[in-house]
Design a protein around this ligand. Structure first.
Ligand SMILES: Nc1ncnc2c1ncn2[C@@H]1O[C@H](COP(=O)(O)OP(=O)(O)O)[C@@H](O)[C@H]1O
Ligand SMILES: O=C(O)[C@@H](O)C(=O)COP(=O)(O)O
Length: 422
């Protein structure tokens, strides 16, 4: 295998978002869960996205895991590695975007371009500020995220708090002046001692400039928009690579399990709509803690419904309920309990045979996929921007299709679309 592009994603839904974007822009892609074990049999592809669950773990562990992933990707020929972060820059003052970016750049004396813009999902960066639709990041629903509440929209400020190196900026005006002007500005910033550069981007055309220029260096950091820019630059530069996976025959709807742990507004709306059509069990942390419900009871309920069609289990709750629960029991404890519970439900039902497993929420998807022990996926067709159909590789779950949806992604009817899609 000789890779054109390597990527390291800090969560699993982010990885499939990126993999889908790369596939949609002409690259053949595999997503692996963690660094692939020796001897893994992967198809011949242009890009590998290694999914880590490193967004909210201690920074030193995130750095160690990312460097191991980088070493594997470079050993397979990747000259450029993209560190895939969230398009809403999910992180804290401790990291992990800054520490991981610094560590990946150091061996190559790289000065990564950092840009979380993803215009297809309405994430744009202007004057260094990140916007979610028309809201600044700190005024968007991300301000209430259960794990990484984002209370500032200034990317240079957020990055400076996390990085040991000086952080430069690349304005939209410079980007729109074209590749040569950008290259001149980057070399000026490098001479000024910058270790990374926050770039504006509002449209895909801006990201195409960034993608072309980023390929001069060994590392970049960004969301799927950066992936789009890199993929387009590679496909043009190398005269067309691979084709996306073909669609498959329609599935029987039986055995389609949906698990939702995301509390993002988009997921809450999607669940409300799905509830009109499909059986949805709302699982409360209070009931689990009080012992008035159990994994066994939920599995029994789901098994009955899965025999006829889809079944949903959701822990998702509104920001005020999340805040109350966290205040009473501790944020990490509640997250761990709910993630473990959904993962255990998935494991028990998958061992009996599921046709499709749809998970909403990045941390939640990480917990579920880890518990199932799936090592890699082939990226299938895109169901919504940033959300592909995943075909599990390996014998254990050979016929299982998964959908790992970032909490904020997908339109209101996403769940039904994902259930009935080919
Ligand atoms: N009712 C709830 N109260 C508090 N936290 C919750 C609740 N339901 C889910 N969570 C936790 O919120 C977090 C949601 O994060 P994640 O799964 O990454 O979703 P998203 O993709 O929307 O960020 C998870 O850790 C999950 O366990
Ligand atoms: O870039 C994005 O927004 C997504 O790919 C992503 O990383 C989302 O993370 P979660 O909301 O935790 O799924």
């Amino acid at each position: 295998m000789s890779l054109y592009l390597g990527a390291i994603a800090d969560d699993y839904t982010g990885a499939s978002d990126l993999a889908s974007t790369l596939a949609g822009n002409g690259l053949r892609v595999v997503q692996t869960i963690g660094v692939p074990p020796d001897g893994i049999d992967l198809p011949e592809v242009d890009a590998v996205v290694i999914a880590l669950k490193s967004r909210s773990i201690p920074a030193d562990i995130a750095v160690r895991q990312s460097l191991a992933a980088d070493a594997w990707l470079r050993s397979k020929g990747a000259a450029h590695v993209l560190f895939k972060i969230c398009s809403t820059f999910d992180s804290t003052a401790q990291g992990n975007i800054g520490p991981v970016t610094d560590a990946l750049a150091a061996p190559y004396l790289a000065m990564p371009i950092v840009c979380p813009a993803f215009p297809r999902n309405r994430r744009t960066v202007y004057q260094g500020h990140l916007f979610v639709g028309s809201d600044r990041l700190d005024e968007s629903p991300m301000k209430d995220h259960p794990v990484t509440p984002m209370r500032d929209s200034s990317l240079p400020r957020l990055m400076r708090a996390q990085s040991r190196r000086a952080v430069g900026t690349l304005s939209l005006a410079v980007i729109r002046a074209g590749d040569d002007v950008v290259r001149t500005e980057l070399s000026r910033l490098r001479q000024a001692g910058c270790g990374s550069v926050i770039a504006d981007a509002v449209t895909d055309a801006d990201l195409e400039v960034l993608g072309r220029v980023a390929l001069d260096d060994a590392v970049s950091t960004g969301a799927s928009g950066m992936g789009l820019g890199l993929a387009r630059a590679m496909v043009v530069g190398r005269g067309g690579l691979g084709t996306p996976e073909p669609a498959r025959a329609p599935d029987d709807l039986r055995g389609s399990l949906v698990l939702a742990g995301s509390c993002s507004i988009a997921t809450l709306e999607q669940l409300d709509l799905a509830e009109r059509e499909w059986p949805v069990l709302r699982l409360g942390a209070e009931e689990l803690m009080a012992g008035t419900t159990s994994v066994k009871a939920v599995v029994d309920w789901a098994r009955r419904h899965l025999a006829d069609g889809p079944a949903f289990v959701a822990t998702s709750a509104s920001p005020d309920r999340v805040a109350a629960l966290q205040a009473a029991h501790g944020a990490q404890q509640v997250s761990a309990l709910l993630e473990d519970t959904l993962a255990e439900i998935a494991a028990q039902l998958a061992s009996e045979g599921l046709s499709r497993l749809i998970v909403a929420g990045g941390e939640t998807s990480g917990a579920v996929v880890d518990r199932l022990g799936i090592e890699a996926f082939l990226i299938g067709r895109e169901l919504a921007p940033g959300v592909p159909m995943l075909h599990a590789l390996g014998r254990r779950y050979a016929n299982l299709r998964l959908v790992l949806k970032s909490g904020n992604f997908g339109g209101p009817g996403f769940f039904t679309e994902a259930i009935i899609a080919e």
